[in-house]
Design a protein around this ligand. Structure first.
Ligand code: PLP
Length: 383
């Protein structure tokens, strides 16, 4: 059976060039990058080259790039560092639609006595900057706002939000796991203190992440015990994955235009056709300001999980929410925060494309999708 992979916000395929770049570091080039000998030293040079490649994608300096194990680690590390470096401040600002790798630590810090403001979103998933301005206070240690939402693709006004936080001297972190590689980010002009990204969302393997820490920002390591990563994260480097991350960053830079033109056009055609062919269907999120690859579509009176199962039989991989929330029949926290009506929220499907998605695959989905909804609606008790 063929596979049409439209779940790239959950994870993405490893680019062939990335795999090729990694392979020598899984075989012959196994030296420890910290070793004094030439054999290890050449690996150390390769790690530094990869650091530079990630830095260039972001408009950062190589010294500002810290390799981690994943986006979740980067997010957790930022909050822990920001709070311990400003112990007198007891307030965090975030949003109701963050990834669980921000929400769960925030809930943990609430239990430790911190106050957390979870900014609301409107029906299209947009933040209200007045609510944000009112929340910024003398007591705020850190603001953590995602660059783009993983479920509906909305891009948040990070530039405005950073400058409002900076006016008050508050640390600003953005979880850019879904944004990096899909839309340009230039940290020369965007003065965030911290940014998280994750390799497996941009065609590097799972298990490699990055934390950007702006030069001069106070940082407290989460992992102690070694001098690696300039003392900011102990542990012998995951060399092959770091090399893969570097290559993926180079490719992301080269392909960013394609994301905004070719990928966006395929996504738009898919969405327009599904909306035309299937009645009682809406698009969730801010269609004017979202990632080029993401479409969250809600089909009235159908169960999202049932849609996924039927698509799966056709070889079409999609998601009913974020990878972490699927498996539960509750509508996702993002759709609930947006107040998407119950009978639409339950039938919401996320389709997320990549530069490897072809026009022919989109044609296949356009042809196969409408009968799935028709069949499920015929069986539905809500008519
Ligand atoms: N942040 C966002 C917005 C995500 O979408 C994800 C993964 O889905 C993560 C963080 C976690 O990244 P990782 O899987 O690398 O831990």
């Amino acid at each position: 059976m063929r596979t049409v992979y439209l779940d790239n916000n959950a994870t993405s395929a490893i680019a062939p060039e990335v795999l090729e770049a990694m392979l020598p570091y899984l075989s012959d080039l196994y030296g420890n990058p910290s070793s004094m000998h030439t054999f290890g030293g050449q690996v150390g040079h390769a790690v530094e080259k990869a650091r530079g490649e990630v830095a260039s994608l972001l408009g950062a300096d190589a010294s500002e790039i810290l390799f981690t194990s994943c986006g979740s680690e980067s997010n957790n590390t930022v909050l822990a560092s920001a709070l311990s470096s400003r112990p007198e401040k007891k307030h965090i600002i975030t949003t109701r639609v963050e990834h669980p790798a921000i929400l769960a630590p925030c809930q943990y810090y609430e239990r430790q006595g911190y106050r957390v403001t979870y900014l609301a979103v409107d029906a299209r998933g947009r933040l209200n900057l007045d609510e944000y301005a009112a929340a910024l206070s003398e007591d705020t240690a850190v603001v953590s706002i995602m660059f783009a939402n993983n479920e509906v693709g909305n891009i948040f006004p990070i530039a405005d939000m950073v400058s409002m936080a900076k006016e008050k001297g508050i640390l600003f972190h953005t979880d850019a796991v879904q944004a990096v590689g899909k839309i340009p980010i230039d940290l020369k002009t965007l003065p965030v203190d911290f940014l998280s990204l994750s390799g497996h969302k941009l065609h590097a393997p799972k298990g490699i992440g990055v934390l950007y820490i702006r030069k001069g920002t106070r940082f407290r390591p989460h992992l102690r015990g070694g001098h690696q990563e300039r003392g900011r994260r102990a542990g012998t480097e995951n060399v092959p994955y770091i090399i893969g991350m570097g290559k993926a960053a180079v490719l992301a830079g080269q392909n960013i235009q394609q994301e905004r033109t070719v990928v966006a056009a395929l996504r738009d055609r898919l969405e327009t056709e599904l909306l035309q062919r299937i009645p009682d269907t809406i698009v969730n999120g801010d269609t004017e300001n979202r990632l080029p690859n993401t479409s969250s579509i809600a089909f009235k009176n159908v169960e999202g999980e049932a849609i996924l199962l039927m698509l799966d039989r056709l070889g079409i991989c999609a998601s009913s929410g974020s990878a972490c929330t699927s498996g539960s029949l509750e509508p996702s926290h993002v759709l609930r925060a947006m107040g998407v009506p119950f009978n639409y929220a339950h039938g919401s499907i996320r389709l997320s494309l990549s530069r490897y998605t072809t026009a022919e695959e989109i044609d296949y989905v356009i042809q196969e999708f409408p009968p799935v909804i028709e069949r499920l609606r015929a069986l539905s008790p809500f008519k």
